[in-house]
Design a protein around this ligand. Structure first.
Ligand SMILES: Nc1ncnc2c1ncn2[C@@H]1O[C@H](COP(=O)(O)OP(=O)(O)OP(=O)(O)O)[C@@H](O)[C@H]1O
Ligand SMILES: [Mg+2]
Length: 271
């Protein structure tokens, strides 16, 4: 996806935002029937994205992911469905905020030259975000697992770890905090050898220049990384080393990371 694609995405997103409530949406959107067949587009919560022919590919705790075509392009649609255990007003606010945050941060990444899916369209009525499908990509999680299980040379894993360190340093230098860093929220575009790392899942992201927030972001990743992938201490160390040499402000961040680790350890000793 080149600059043309991202330009088109910007226009799409803005027009969706400007469109406001369902009754002022472009008729082609409002006229779309629900993928699931039921429900209606309106102020009330909807149960699936308003576009035909989407295939459900993943059902998560917070969102459903669909795959399909959007204006002729391979797209994924992330739909934050209404959770029944939350108060409807709170639910609506949370879903809307996460959808908005996800769109904003993806655009911020792309503006800064950090690989992230193009935002095709944002629908605040149903809290759906239409993104570029990173076709045939694999999550870093699956990649690490498959290399570890294959017993192949793990040298490539060090290259991937360094790439993650570099990309996160650039993201943090933009004062963007991801909020949910895991190896499932990073994709590798094929061919994997090119190390085109794509960051996704920015629903919990926020803007902050504080070393503490960046340190916590890395701590969250460290916990997820080491618990998902056994015997990867050296790999994570390589990641942090690359982070430190790439980021202009890394020393305060790593200091905070050390503090947060210590706090975590104290907490687990107290119980
Ligand atoms: N743009 C994309 N292209 C290809 N695959 C994607 C894309 N976005 C997401 N995926 C796939 O779907 C999975 C889930 O997506 P994502 O992480 O955005 O949602 P989630 O984790 O369910 O969200 P939440 O944080 O709300 O629980 C990813 O791990 C990845 O495998
Ligand atoms: Mg995710």
């Amino acid at each position: 996806a080149g600059p043309a694609a991202s330009g088109a995405a910007g226009t799409c997103g803005r027009s969706a935002e400007a469109a406001g409530p369902a009754d002022s949406m472009p008729t082609s959107w409002a006229a779309c029937s629900m993928a699931g067949g039921g429900g209606e587009v309106g102020a009330r919560a909807v149960s699936s994205p308003p576009l035909r022919g989407l295939q459900l590919v993943q059902q998560g705790a917070e969102a459903r992911l669909y795959r399909g075509q959007f204006l002729g392009r391979a797209a994924v649609v992330k739909f934050r469905f209404p959770k029944r255990y939350r108060h409807p007003a709170l639910e609506e606010r949370l879903s809307r905020r996460r959808t908005a945050q996800e769109a904003r941060s993806l655009l911020r990444c792309r503006r800064a030259g950090i690989s992230a899916p193009v935002v095709y369209f944002v629908d605040y009525v149903s809290n759906c975000i239409y993104l570029e499908d990173i076709v045939e990509s694999t999550t870093v999680r699956d990649y690490i697992t498959s290399v570890q299980q294959s017993g192949k040379d793990t040298n490539n894993l060090f290259l991937v770890a360094e790439k993650i360190g570099e990309v996160l340093a650039r993201m943090h230098d933009e004062d963007l905090i991801h909020g949910d860093l895991t190896t499932s929220n990073m994709l590798l575009r094929p061919p994997v050898e090119e190390l085109d790392l794509v960051l996704i899942d920015f629903g919990l992201s926020f803007i902050s220049g504080l070393p503490e927030d960046k340190g916590v972001d890395l701590y969250v990743l460290e916990r997820a990384f080491l618990s998902t992938h056994p015997n990867t201490d050296a790999l994570f160390e390589a990641l942090l080393k690359k982070y430190s040499t790439t980021s202009k402000k890394s020393s305060l961040v790593i200091k905070k990371l050390d503090e947060v680790r210590l706090r975590g350890r104290k907490r687990s000793m107290v119980g």
